[in-house]
Design a protein around this ligand. Structure first.
Ligand SMILES: Cc1cc2nc3c(=O)[nH]c(=O)nc-3n(C[C@H](O)[C@H](O)[C@H](O)COP(=O)(O)OP(=O)(O)OC[C@H]3O[C@@H](n4cnc5c(N)ncnc54)[C@H](O)[C@@H]3O)c2cc1C
Ligand SMILES: Cc1cc2nc3c(=O)[nH]c(=O)nc-3n(C[C@H](O)[C@H](O)[C@H](O)COP(=O)(O)O)c2cc1C
Length: 590
């Protein structure tokens, strides 16, 4: 077999090779990755018959410098994205890398790995992402075996406004060490603006992998570093075609149906995916915050290494409509602010406060940079897609509740929901979600539980199934406050029912009668029929509120199974676990 060095010699003179090696020696792993993509692009442009994806000089398997398994536990895609980026960087350095979704990974398989990078998000209230529970239960449980031969590093993703910040990453990190595994890099805990910290962790890990031998270094496969289309880092400016309020005037909520154009974007999506929106903060809030702090709008500050006027930083780069745990802690260190609560109460305390509520009346640092350094980066918001791509080519629909509430004597606007409502064009990207998909079998029945804006993906599901004439039965359970004011898409559901597309429609309007009735009550009420649907192979989907609704619906499903299968609580729990493992119980909750 020809060696990489021989292959190189056949293509490059000794002089050219020496030049290339000298250039490469000075570059960091990240720069090498970028350079490989750049060279691929140059090669493709100069010689179209050479695909940029084809390594000009294949890297012999034996020369692979290191092997790494990247595991990720993700619910809304962030951990997956970090894992994939890490894998790309490590591969560019010559490592043999595999990436595995923990939701589909056999827990015991970890015993056979030698080097693992684990990216774990925390959801619920300190819980693992949906579908990954078995892995964490097994490895955090008492019967987990020793892992003396494993080297590992953990990246934890979370939100510092939760008491159990990055709990899943913290627990698994401590547990792997306790089981005898060796840490190859310290755990890094990331807040919602995780990109920088995740990038630093990934770079350190890639640098730690054994450097590839000199000859092999020149043979790094040329991979396409140029994005193929629009993405989170290069969003598409989508025109807002429709912005329609779909709650009545008397409703306490302002829910909008949006239709956005994806024409000429090349973006595609499937029912179950979300649309990411990159917002700007309400300009009125920026103005008030500048007034409140007394800082000059045109003071130049640094955000993420870039210099920009303070007004621009507050408008487009920093999170000010929500106050995070990290913000209040950092702010307390540079001002006379004292945190009045801690632990479990912090999230509730933060939930109705914006940055301006916290800085009001405080002695701020004289240097605006010290204040800016307390704030975290503005993060995109996700919205469940409410349309079928086949029924609406070049369009994407959303169902969005506009965040606008009074608290602490001020009016509070949410960033993205108001940005969408006010703009003609918004930057967007598609966030794929393979863990929330219609059954592949068009004959399979589906039960969709989606109160409030949780109904959004089910509009996409039904529209898609209707468009494709899927014969499987469809059951929608919807709920909100009042039927006359909050019945989102009422006409559409009634039409689908008349057409026989929707086989069952159950509604729960909590405030239409003296006692409160919620979707979970309807499930229990219709338990016999629901259980029959489950037994005949139905898939169950839940979308919407994560804190109150999703656990209540889970408990109701367990109760239905317990009653109608005549089993105990443990067995009902096991039944639901098996449904989840079979991909027949999927959730998209927030
Ligand atoms: C996977 C996923 C799918 C989603 N799908 C949808 C969807 O289909 N439709 C949808 O509307 N949203 C959806 N969301 C939520 C959405 O991403 C945003 O979080 C939401 O629109 C608020 O964003 P914002 O920027 O307008 O508000 P922000 O600026 O983020 O402010 C929101 C904050 O304001 C506070 N707040 C909000 N409302 C009130 C209130 N009434 N009283 C007191 N405090 C309040 C809370 O602290 C909240 O965290 C989804 C989220 C995820 C993760
Ligand atoms: C419904 C919900 C619950 C969450 N609960 C927690 C939590 O208890 N602790 C925490 O640190 N982060 C929590 N988060 C924040 C996520 O960990 C954070 O958004 C992370 O970047 C998500 O990664 P993923 O996209 O890979 O799932 C929660 C997020 C959501 C949407």
């Amino acid at each position: 077999m020809a060696t990489a060095a021989q292959d190189v010699a056949a293509l490059l003179s000794a002089e050219k090779m020496a030049q290339l090696e000298a250039q490469a020696a000075d570059l960091s792993p990240g720069q090498l990755l970028w350079a490989s993509g750049y060279l691929a692009g140059v090669a493709a442009a100069a010689s179209p018959e050479v695909s940029a994806e084809t390594p000009a000089i294949p890297l012999p398997q034996d020369d692979a410098a290191a092997s790494l398994t990247v595991l990720f536990a993700s619910e809304t895609g962030n951990a997956r994205r970090v894992a994939e980026q890490l894998a790309d960087s490590a591969r560019a350095r010559g490592a043999a890398v595999k990436v595995e979704d923990i939701a589909r990974y056999k827990p015991r398989q970890l015993k056979r790995e030698s080097r693992v990078a684990l990216v774990a998000a925390t959801h619920g209230l300190g819980d693992p992402p949906d579908g990954t529970e078995s892995f964490f239960e097994y490895w955090l449980g008492d019967s987990a075996p020793k892992l003396d031969n494993l080297e590992f590093s953990v990246l934890a993703l979370g939100d510092s406004s939760y008491e159990d910040f990055c709990q899943v990453g913290r627990d698994i990190d401590a547990r792997l060490e306790a089981l005898g595994a060796t840490r190859i890099g310290d755990r890094v805990d990331c807040d919602l603006d995780f990109e920088t910290d995740a990038g630093t962790w990934s770079e350190a890990l890639v640098a730690w992998l054994e450097p590839a031998p000199q000859a092999a270094r020149a043979a790094v496969p040329l991979i396409r570093a140029v994005p193929s289309g629009y993405s989170r880092s290069a969003p598409f400016p989508a025109e807002v075609l429709t912005n329609q309020k779909i709650t009545a005037r008397e409703s306490g909520k302002d829910v909008r149906h949006f239709e956005l154009s994806l024409e000429d974007s090349g973006l595609s999506y499937l029912p179950g995916d979300s649309l990411g929106v990159i917002p700007e903060n309400p300009s009125q809030l920026v103005k008030e915050l500048l007034q409140q702090t007394g800082y000059a709008a045109d003071t130049v500050v640094k955000v993420g290494g870039e210099e920009t006027p303070l007004a621009d930083a507050l408008g487009r780069k920093l999170e000010i409509t929500v106050a995070s745990g990290a913000f209040v802690k950092a702010f307390a260190a540079v001002s006379d602010f004292e945190l009045p609560v801690n632990g479990a109460d912090l999230r509730a305390w933060l939930s109705r406060r914006q940055v301006i509520d916290i800085v009001a009346g405080r002695h701020l640092p004289a240097d605006p940079q010290a204040f800016v350094d307390c704030l975290r980066g503005l993060t995109p918001r996700l919205y469940s897609i409410a349309s079928s791509p086949d029924a609406n080519p070049d369009e994407v629909h959303l169902t969005v509740r506009r965040v606008d509430y009074e608290a602490h004597g001020r009016r509070h606007w949410g960033a993205a929901s108001n940005y969408l409502a006010a703009r003609g064009t918004v930057p967007v990207f598609v966030e794929e979600n393979d863990r929330f998909r219609l059954p592949a079998d068009p004959d399979a029945a589906i039960v969709m539980i989606g109160p409030g804006t949780g109904v959004a993906p089910f509009r996409a599901f039904i529209e898609h199934r209707a468009w494709h004439g899927a014969p499987g039965r469809n059951w929608l359970v919807f709920g909100d406050r009042n039927q006359h004011a909050d019945f989102l898409y009422q006409q559409e559901w009634l039409r689908y029912r008349e057409q026989g597309v929707l086989d069952r429609l159950d509604v729960a309007f909590s405030r239409d009668q003296a006692e409160k009735i919620y979707v979970q009550d309807r499930l229990v009420e219709q338990g016999r029929e629901l259980y029959d649907w489950l037994e005949s192979g139905a898939h169950v989907y839940v979308c919407g509120d994560a804190e109150g609704m999703a656990p209540a619906v889970h408990a109701a499903l367990a109760e239905v199974i317990q009653t109608h299968r005549a089993v105990n609580a443990d067995e009902a729990g096991q039944y639901l676990r098996e449904l989840k493992d079979a991909g027949r119980y999927q959730r998209d909750v927030y």
